[in-house]
Design a protein around this ligand. Sequence first.
Ligand SMILES: Cc1cc2nc3c(=O)[nH]c(=O)nc-3n(C[C@H](O)[C@H](O)[C@H](O)COP(=O)(O)OP(=O)(O)OC[C@H]3O[C@@H](n4cnc5c(N)ncnc54)[C@H](O)[C@@H]3O)c2cc1C
Length: 427
Amino acid sequence: MSDASDTSTDTTGQRERERTAYVIVGGGLAAAKAIEGIRESDTEGAIVLVAEEDRLPYERPPLSKAVLKGEDEMETAYTHDRDWYSDQHVELRLGTPATSLDAEQHALTLADGQSLSYDKLLLATGSSARALDVPGADLDGVLYLREMQESEALKARFKDGARIVIVGAGWIGLEVAAAARDAGCAVTVIEPQAAPLLGVMGEQVGGWFADLHRGHGVEFRFGEGVERIEGETAVTGVVTKSGDTLPADVVVVGVGITPNTGLAEGAGIPTENGIVTDSSLRTFVDGVWAAGDVANWRSVTLGTNVRVEHWANANDGGLAAGRSMAGQDVTYDPIPFFFSDQYDIGLEYAGYVPRGSDAEVLLRGEPSSNEFMAFWVVPERKGVRVLAGMHVNVWDTIDDVQRLVRDRTVVDRDRLADPKVPLGDLT
Ligand SMILES: Cc1cc2nc3c(=O)[nH]c(=O)nc-3n(C[C@H](O)[C@H](O)[C@H](O)COP(=O)(O)OP(=O)(O)OC[C@H]3O[C@@H](n4cnc5c(N)ncnc54)[C@H](O)[C@@H]3O)c2cc1C
């Protein structure tokens, strides 16, 4: 077994002190930020980064936006360049997934058979795209969008007039639809529910997303599913559950993701909708932390455990986990934050609406103007309380939304819905 821990020596060769051995599993944003967090207070510790993908850590949002549209180069998505890792004295084990974890022995086994021992381990293994389980799903031209090479493969197929069928009207499906329309492709989206993003946004706002995309020439098949995908070796069409055949050159599957909890489960680390942590991102097993998409962390403000699949959570959570691992006193307690860009629309969403909540959607401004806000509220004795809020092209408002959520402010519903009342005046 190789040992990530080490001792440092002074100039006379005397043993100085033990260096902490950190191992970070996962090559995404959370992993990269954790290195920054560790190095803030521990410049000596040995850090090994173990990543399944044979690439440096990178950010995924551009893969469905500027990079997919050809506005930015793929290289801009990397979190840091290679020199940065060497400056931070990080040993990179790229393209070498961890295959098992013995949390009692503090030992991690890699796919190449090597074993690493650690003092402190971060699981930042992220999520994987959920597969579409229908006949023909393995045909050439059926694509997913999670990794860089998938974004490259999709971009290469964006030809003027190409017929793209997208399965799933979630965030990935909608962003791909927007990028594909920009490239002049014909786009049809198949979605089993009655509107895009119905579970998160509700009918009204979901309906606005449908109108936005229809206005850009996207066709929707709501209340519809995929029966099978047709083609000899490459996709030629999608047969829907109701028996229609939609001709297709490319099928993009965006039917959700699942957190990569396999290593944790195999090691007996408690998981439930992700890896369960406290508010310092520590799991309930000695020496193991979790951050990013895979972590189901304890939110002090929200009084519940939270797992989100957001860039900001990987960025800030990774940093917080690194700090916590290096011994800083950390309470990770953000209001969840998400953003998206589609066509000329930019939106930001902050807050947390538990699944199954009967929160009401309150609009502020007219959606058809493409400049409006939406709030998810619950009634209180003297008004409403905001669980979450989103703006569409109403910039510089998200801090106020976060404040309303964090402070559990009870506000007058008419004033909240009135764009003339500054959000900052709602107390
Ligand atoms: C196309 C796309 C667009 C997005 N757009 C937005 C957006 O606009 N706004 C927003 O807020 N969020 C967006 N997101 C979500 C955001 O990118 C994620 O929340 C974020 O990437 C999570 O980071 P992470 O480091 O936790 O996990 P990931 O980015 O999933 O990285 C985890 C890494 O761990 C590796 N790994 C897994 N298992 C192992 C193992 N056993 N051993 C070693 N390595 C392993 C994986 O290969 C992967 O590289 C988008 C995501 C995608 C895919």
